[in-house]
Design a protein. Structure first.
Length: 202
């Protein structure tokens, strides 16, 4: 795809807040069955000197249905219908498709749209910054594409996800206009390749 030493605070209040962040993530997975948000994504190189930005919208419905629609700077659509994951590069009119089990695993989408985070991830609260409470989620399987992820909440509202991949590259998704348990049309999670598209089964 084309697109994609902080000291710990020791006060009792900080410990409680950090524990609450893990609870917020577990409650998000347990209680929020669907949702939508706009997002901006900033991808930084391992040395921090190069950055790329994109934006779009995100929708999900448990279990395992999601839709990332990138609008800027290039159009790209990533859709899971619960069985397969479709990635449509609009510029190239190219579609790649994978079975859900092979594509999902311990990924950000699994964390946001899945239902068994404690099975896939080790969770640890992190210090709060700028009003966001952070939880680190480290994949239990060590052979995936990601080293770790952090999920941020403002109260119980999803605010951000930061991903560190195996090459040291960081990707920060910041969410706005978040709506929990939103009513979403079924077609949000259906994908039909457009006419003439080059479809690649993986």
């Amino acid at each position: 795809m084309k697109r994609w030493a902080v000291a710990f605070l020791l006060s009792g209040a900080a410990v409680i807040a950090r524990a609450d962040a893990v609870d917020a993530l577990r409650e998000f997975v347990r209680d929020v069955k669907s949702g939508r948000a706009d997002f901006t994504q900033t991808v930084s190189s391992a040395d921090g000197k190069r950055q790329r930005s994109s934006s779009g919208s995100f929708e999900f419905e448990r279990p395992n249905r999601f839709r990332f629609a990138y609008a800027k700077p290039f159009e790209q659509l990533i859709v899971s219908d619960g069985q397969k994951v479709w990635i449509h590069d609009v510029d190239l009119n190219q579609v790649s498709v994978r079975r859900l089990g092979a594509a999902l695993g311990a990924t950000p989408a699994a964390l946001l749209a899945g239902a068994a985070i404690d099975k896939e991830f080790e969770l640890a609260a992190q210090p709060s910054t700028d009003g966001i409470d952070w939880v680190q989620a480290t994949p239990r399987q060590k052979d995936g594409a990601f080293q770790s992820m952090r999920v941020g909440f403002r109260g119980k509202a999803l605010a951000a996800v930061e991903i560190l991949d195996n090459f040291g590259q960081r990707s920060l998704l910041q969410f706005s206009q978040y709506a929990a348990n939103a009513a979403l049309p079924p077609q949000s999670f259906r994908f039909v390749p457009p006419p003439g598209a080059d479809v690649i089964e993986q």
